[in-house]
Design a protein around this ligand. Structure first.
Ligand SMILES: NC(=O)c1ccc[n+]([C@@H]2O[C@H](COP(=O)([O-])OP(=O)(O)OC[C@H]3O[C@@H](n4cnc5c(N)ncnc54)[C@H](OP(=O)(O)O)[C@@H]3O)[C@@H](O)[C@H]2O)c1
Length: 288
């Protein structure tokens, strides 16, 4: 298959490219070659490329940057994906559009299915929700894959930050009242490839995450426990719990509960995705 993947300098796009390269022909335009801040230029650029599938990972993903420039976030996360989807629809090409659990801010604490009401509370979430809706309006056979709390790949993420703090003897602190599902980029790559082969017509919204849920605090504790088991740290430091309310480090509001149910993904794959703890153990062990 010829797969066009956007955002390959980023965490998820990079992981998909590395995973698929041995079996597929990958076209991976850089940010400068396919600039989402210039929606009107996209069609001309896409016209020069031949591909059977588009996996759209690129975007403005920092919630605080989106809060500072909501117009740019709408352009990059909604207007440009709509252009890409329109092009794919005209060409009869499948598009997988990567979205986020940040479209949610649930008051109920039970895992959210694809039909759950989206209610973003920051500019990033609003732009990603607008992007999902625009993509599905432009291309009814597109698949919107919502992912959450990604780890793994070539860029440091939350586990590496926690380990860095622990290894340098700093206090480790993490928010203990905000829940989501840590998810391995390598698992996302495997699931999407399996879906392309087994269920190429799957469309609409799909929650693509490992099984289970965690707070940042539980995520940090598990990371440190696994690092100890791998022999990286002599003992497991205590993680200081922090509260989301009044947390000084964020400009954009953060949703408290965005845990997604992966029941539809399980049904499509014919198996329940492994837990995030198993995936994290693998990811850390492989980075040794
Ligand atoms: N990371 C997470 O925990 C998480 C959670 C939920 C959902 N997601 C979603 O997953 C997807 C991938 O996220 P990620 O973690 O891989 O992000 P990332 O590591 O920050 O990578 C973002 C990618 O987008 C590219 N990009 C940014 N602005 C662009 C523009 N104007 N034109 C073209 N390319 C542009 C970046 O290129 P340069 O680096 O060259 O600028 C980079 O390749 C996104 O759709 C995000 O919303 C991520």
């Amino acid at each position: 298959m010829k797969i066009l993947i956007t955002g390959t300098s980023g965490r998820l796009g990079g992981a998909l490219k590395r995973c698929y390269e041995p079996r597929h022909e990958i076209i991976a335009p850089s940010h400068a070659e396919l600039d989402l801040a210039r929606p009107d230029d996209l069609e001309v650029i896409l016209n020069g490329l031949q591909f059977d599938l588009l996996i759209h990972c690129a975007g403005m993903v920092n919630p605080d940057a989106c809060e500072r420039d909501p117009l740019a976030s709408m352009q990059v996360n909604a207007e440009s994906p709509a252009q890409l989807a329109g092009f794919c629809h005209q060409r009869g090409v499948k598009m997988i559009h990567i979205s986020t659990d940040y479209v949610f801010n649930s008051v109920l604490e039970s895992p959210l299915g694809e039909a759950a009401l989206a209610h973003p509370i920051n500019a990033y979430g609003r732009s990603k929700l607008a992007g999902e809706q625009a993509v599905l309006a432009a291309s009814s056979n597109a698949l919107v894959a919502r992912v959450s709390w990604l780890f793994g790949g070539h860029l440091p993420s939350f586990p590496e930050q926690v380990l860095k703090a622990a290894l340098s003897g700093q206090e480790v602190a993490a928010i203990a009242d905000k829940w989501s599902v840590p998810t391995s980029v390598d698992d996302v790559a495997d699931w999407l490839e399996q879906l392309m082969i087994q269920c190429p017509t799957a469309s609409g919204i799909l929650h693509v995450c490992n099984s289970g849920q965690a707070t940042w605090h539980e995520y940090a504790e598990t990371t440190l426990q696994l690092a100890h088991e791998l022999g990286w740290i002599p003992d497991v430091p205590v993680v200081k719990p922090q509260a989301l309310d009044g947390f000084a480090g964020f400009l954009a509001k953060r949703a408290r509960y965005t845990v997604m149910s992966n029941a539809r993904l399980s049904q499509l794959l014919g198996r329940v995705p492994r837990t995030w703890q198993e995936a994290l153990r693998d990811s850390l062990a492989r980075s040794l």
